[in-house]
Design a protein around this ligand. Structure first.
Ligand code: DX5
Ligand code: ZN
Length: 234
């Protein structure tokens, strides 16, 4: 089990992290669904405000409830306006990493510093239509960059392979700068799409419908991990 703890100076790039998105879970049996994916590396929590994205999901109370049933690392995907106003709340609710959208903040580095001051990790997410180049000189401030491979707002959408060029750009920049920043991908990840993302350099794979839509979510996690590993090795 990889260590994501704050006490570690770094955690290994080059590993495969599978992150089930509870957006696709059964909300009437959320605790049970979270326990089903105890073999996942982290849990992806999609927060939507109906403004930054045209959908609403859940908030701090549900996050707290999820945190109460698992020891797993909670990656908070904040699809909300003014995310800085919520870092403290979601950190208190058990969020371990605040992944906010660069499109939603004026100063993404200041937002990352705010996360560090709260004792949580930081990441930025980037929509399919947003270029990554303007952010390459600030990667050192982030634990994760999450490349959106669908327009944020809804689960079950089709993977957009054109975003993989951003993954490759990030991979090269991270290597050149000697950083530990991991690259995440979010949207449309399944048995059909994970290999190409892994080959491009993704470390952390968010999967909602491919995990919770499966008859056996734990098996789906293992299968995705295996496919990603194979693609990395080849
Ligand atoms: C979409 C969310 C995703 C979503 C992914 O805006 O950020 O995390 O849950 O769902 P799938 O894996 O079904 O595309
Ligand atoms: Zn997400």
């Amino acid at each position: 089990m990889p260590c994501f703890s704050q006490c570690c100076a770094s955690y290994p790039r080059g590993m495969i992290y599978i992150a089930p998105s509870i957006l696709a879970a059964d909300y009437a049996a959320l605790g049970e669904d979270v326990r089903k994916v105890a073999n996942a590396d982290l849990i992806h929590v999609d927060i939507m405000d109906g403004h930054f994205v045209p959908n609403l999901s859940f908030g701090p109370d549900v996050t707290k409830a999820v945190n109460g049933v698992t020891e797993q690392f909670l990656d908070m995907h904040l699809m909300i306006e003014q995310p800085e106003r919520w870092f403290e709340t979601y950190a208190a609710a058990g969020g371990d990493r605040m992944v906010f959208h660069v499109e939603a903040v004026d100063d993404h580095v200041a937002a990352a510093r705010q996360c560090k001051e709260l004792g949580v990790q930081s990441g930025f997410a980037i929509k399919p239509g947003t270029a990554v180049e303007p952010y390459l000189d600030s990667l050192e401030h982030f634990d994760e960059v999450m490349v959106m491979s669908v327009e944020p707002g809804f689960g079950g959408q089709k993977f957009m392979p054109e975003v993989l060029s951003k993954v490759m750009t990030l991979r090269d920049a991270i290597a050149q700068q000697g950083l530990d920043t991991i690259i995440g991908i979010d949207g449309g990840i399944s048995g059909e799409t994970i290999a190409q993302a892994a080959a491009a350099g993704v470390d952390a794979f968010v999967a909602g419908s491919a995990v919770f839509g499966a008859d056996n979510p734990a098996e789906a996690v293992e299968r995705l991990r295996e496919l990603a590993r194979e693609a990395r090795a080849s």
